[in-house]
Ligand binder design. Structure first.
Ligand SMILES: C[S@@+](CC[C@H](N)C(=O)[O-])C[C@H]1O[C@@H](n2cnc3c(N)ncnc32)[C@H](O)[C@@H]1O
Length: 456
């Protein structure tokens, strides 16, 4: 019986899907954060469930060559990155094995080749979107990320995976609101007392990596015009690439960052970025891949995998602001994009106009609710690119594509578990896995993007 508080010496045998080390104490499985396969470590058991538990490293008795010193000073506390202790080669190795494992174990696929992983040459400063909460620690204004699985804000001076100006805007804002005597938001007081819970809640900052345009969304608990006049002036004086500033008001007790009310304080309410020669307009709520450089590679790879031909009709399902469909539009006869967020559809139609694309149509709605009507209207989908959120694709959509004998499906996934599940469905419907490729969109974290090409 393994007990909480007991100490053990174990060897790290593998990784789980979150990059935590897996070891055994007899038949009992232990998950250990921040270790590398092959290391021998002394651990203390911190949590015990029926057949498995968690341990924390007390001492590394045999250190792997693949261990590196994390660049971030708050790495151990912050819940953002979880692989910074691994050499980048090992991060990629872990991600590649995670893809293989999901396709074999969950998807039931036996033979497949994995193409060369698309890694980053510099796996830092890649995030084009930053969202940070503001709060108070004693008399200090703090801002950063929540400690893993808590609501405690870990104060952060520099986040190495986000863009430089993002860090500067956050730090200068902390100084500004302290000087201006503005109270940051306090969710506990809000929940318990319902009044005097502060003003400044969140900053959401986005940058067009290929245009240098910056958007700042200031999330306050109410529309405080006097504060905003001074703050906007301060931002514009200090940061020359700001293209738009938006006020968002969120006055609810909620984990959701953005509230319903928005007011544009400066600029047009959007920024633009470029991917593979196309320009995209991005608003505060639009989905845009967080790693622009890798998104360029992801889209090119997905489009190439689909063996697009001029006679093809492409379905860009879960199309966001139309990025994949627009990038593919010159290679096919026509494209239909489906997306459930209405603001993204507005952006997608604008992007169609800006890029002078004539052969694409965007449909607002859930893929599972609209695909039948699209097909019934006479559209003959010959190739589909599916880029769903983490929860994957509804089985009815996969069955519909089979029913209409759509020969080529490119599945772009940010969650290997649902990719595995949907792979099993597609192969049971007769599709074969022809190609697989991993793309490192989320360096220093355990997340991975995968593209799988299925053919009937
Ligand atoms: C992973 S993103 C991909 C967006 C786009 N392909 C891109 O690369 O920017 C998934 C998108 O699916 C949308 N979405 C989620 N569930 C949906 C559904 N059931 N039907 C249509 N769109 C959905 C989300 O709003 C989001 O824009």
């Amino acid at each position: 019986m393994v007990e909480v508080g007991s100490k053990h010496i174990v060897k790290v045998e593998g990784y789980n899907h979150e990059g935590k080390g897996i070891s055994h104490i007899n038949d009992f499985v232990v998950f250990i954060p921040e270790v590398i396969v092959g290391e021998i470590v002394e651990i203390e058991i911190t949590k015990v469930n029926k057949n498995y538990g968690y341990g924390e490293v007390l001492e590394i008795l045999s250190v792997s060559d693949l261990r590196v010193i994390p660049v971030c000073e708050i790495y151990k506390k912050c819940g953002g990155c979880d692989l910074q202790h691994m050499d980048y080669k090992e991060q990629i190795n872990f991600k590649e094995n995670k893809i293989k494992d999901a396709l074999i174990r969950i998807g039931g696929v036996k033979d497949f080749k994995i193409d060369k992983f698309y890694r980053m040459s510099i796996p830092y400063e890649y995030r084009n979107k930053v969202q940070v909460p503001f709060g108070c620690d004693e008399e200090f204004v703090v801002s950063g990320f929540y400690e893993s699985k808590t609501h405690k804000i870990i104060d952060m001076n520099y986040c190495h995976i986000q863009f430089k100006e993002g860090n500067e805007i956050i730090n200068k804002t902390k100084e500004y609101i302290k000087k201006a005597n503005v109270l940051p938001y306090d969710e506990v007081i809000h929940y318990k007392e319902g009044k005097d819970y502060g003003l400044f809640r969140h900053l959401l900052i986005r940058k067009g990596y290929n245009t240098n345009e910056i958007m700042i969304v200031v999330v306050l608990t109410f529309d405080d015009g006097k504060f905003l006049d001074g703050y906007v002036k301060f931002l514009l004086e200090n940061f020359k690439n700001i293209k738009t500033i938006i006020l968002n008001v969120n006055n609810k007790v909620t984990n959701v960052i953005l509230g319903d009310y928005e007011r544009v304080l400066y600029g047009d309410g959007y920024i633009r970025d470029k991917i593979n020669d196309f320009v995209f307009r991005i608003q505060s709520r639009s989905f845009f891949q967080v790693n622009t450089k890798q998104a360029e590679k992801l889209y090119s790879a997905a489009i190439d995998m689909g063996e697009l031909k001029y006679g093809d009709t492409l379905l860009d399902a879960y199309c966001g602001i139309g990025t994949i469909g627009i990038c593919a539009s010159r290679r096919v006869k026509s494209v239909y994009g489906i997306e459930e967020v209405s603001q993204s559809i507005v952006d997608a139609n604008n992007n169609k106009t800006i890029n002078n694309i004539k052969n694409i149509e965007f449909i607002h709605g859930k893929v599972e609710d609209t695909i039948d009507d699209l097909i019934d209207s006479g559209v003959n989908i010959t190739v589909a690119i599916l880029d769903p959120p983490r929860k994957g694709v509804k089985e009815s959509v996969l069955k519909k594509l089979r029913e209409i004998r759509c020969k080529k499906i490119v599945y772009v996934s940010c969650d290997v578990a649902t990719l595995g599940r949907d792979t099993k469905i597609l192969t049971s419907l007769g599709y074969k896995v022809l190609k697989v490729r991993g793309v490192d969109m989320f360096c220093q974290t355990h997340h991975v993007e995968t593209i799988v090409y299925f053919k009937l």
